[in-house]
Design a protein around this ligand. Sequence first.
Ligand code: 5GP
Ligand code: ZN
Length: 118
Amino acid sequence: MMKDARNNCLFCRILRGEIPSRKVYEDDHVLAFEDINPKAPTHVLVIPKRHFAGLKEAQAADAELIGRCHLAAAEIARQRNIEKGYRTVLNVGPDSGQSVFHFHVHLLGGRRLSWPPG
Ligand code: 5GP
Ligand code: ZN
């Protein structure tokens, strides 16, 4: 990965504390924070502390981090009592709406979620 990607990456900047965020959860491997433009009463982003662009670019070595992000989302959902129905979402590629190219799991919940998503 080019050094530039990390320098300019919005979520790497949040990880470095250069851009403030409302932290929800943190451990050695992942950080979770409130989405700045929430689409549901709970809208949290869970990101790995090591940069990779997204699911499309993920390698076998990223499998554990992908899992850890989802497990953190499940733990946050448990803590917030939204287990009646929540959704974890990966937007993959520009046509899906992916706008930040640092892997992230959206955790959405706290309201009824329609299916299929748009
Ligand atoms: P994507 O569209 O790539 O799947 O998701 C990126 C998410 O990052 C969007 O939901 C957007 O609202 C959120 N976002 C963009 N900039 C910021 C920021 O500066 N801080 C926070 N907390 N969220 C952001
Ligand atoms: Zn990054």
